[in-house]
Design a binder for this molecule. Sequence first.
Ligand SMILES: CC(C)(COP(=O)(O)OP(=O)(O)OC[C@H]1O[C@@H](n2cnc3c(N)ncnc32)[C@H](O)[C@@H]1OP(=O)(O)O)[C@@H](O)C(=O)NCCC(=O)NCCS
Length: 191
Amino acid sequence: MPKNAVFLLKPQLAHHRAFIDGLSELQAHQHERYYVEENLDLAQLSNKKFFKEYLAYLAEQELGINLAPNRVPQSIYWLMEEQTDGQLVWIGRVSIRHRLNDKLRKIGGHVGYVIRPSARRQGYGSRLLALTLEKIRQHQPKIDTKQALLTCDETNLGSKKIIEKNGGIFANSLVQDDSPVRKLRYWVPYT
Ligand SMILES: CC(C)(COP(=O)(O)OP(=O)(O)OC[C@H]1O[C@@H](n2cnc3c(N)ncnc32)[C@H](O)[C@@H]1OP(=O)(O)O)[C@@H](O)C(=O)NCCC(=O)NCCS
C-alpha cells in the first residue's frame, strides 16, 4: 500500500514540475507496452507555454472538441502522492473514456493507466483503479455503461491483478492483430 496520501487530480499548471519529473522517468525506462506518454515531447512540454497548450488540448479532449477520427471524449487524472514535507509527487496517469467505440469495446475499454517505474509493485496501480472507480461512481466523468470495461494483455500480470482486485468480472479473451498475446476483457461494477 502507498505510504502517504494519494489522490487523483486533473492535470494542472501547479504540478508542471512534478509531471515533467514523472514523464522523464517514464521515457527513460525501457518499456514493453505502449502508453501515450512515450509519444509526448519532453523537451517541449518542459516549457510552460507548450505545457499550457497541452493542458488546453486535454481539456478539449474531455469536452469532445477537435477529436481525431475514432477518438471519444476522455478525462485524464494524475495520481499524486503527498510527501511528509507537503510536496506532491506525480505517480501516474489514468484516462477515462466516456464511451466505447467498436475498437475500445474490443481493446482498450473505458480505462487506461500507467504508473511511473520507480513506484511500481507498491500498490499504487491498485489504488489508482480504486480511486478511478470512485470518480466514475461520482460521474466525474459519467460513462456510457453500468459497468466499466477494462482490458489488458494476458501477459500483463500486474494489470490483471489490479483489475481482479477491484472487482473485475472476466468476460472473455480476444485474439489481437499481429500478436500472439490475447487481450483479456473484464467488466468492473462501480455502483
Ligand atoms: C501495470 C502497472 C499499472 C502496475 O502498476 P503497479 O503500481 O505495479 O501495480 P500494483 O503495485 O498495485 O500491483 C498489483 C498486483 O500486481 C502485481 N504485479 C505488479 N506488477 C507485476 C509484474 N510486472 N509481474 C507480476 N506481478 C506484478 C503486484 O505484485 C500486485 O500483486 P499483489 O496484489 O498480489 O500484491 C504498471 O506496471 C505500469 O504502469 N505498466 C505499464 C503500463 C501498463 O501496462 N498499463 C496497463 C495497461 S492494461
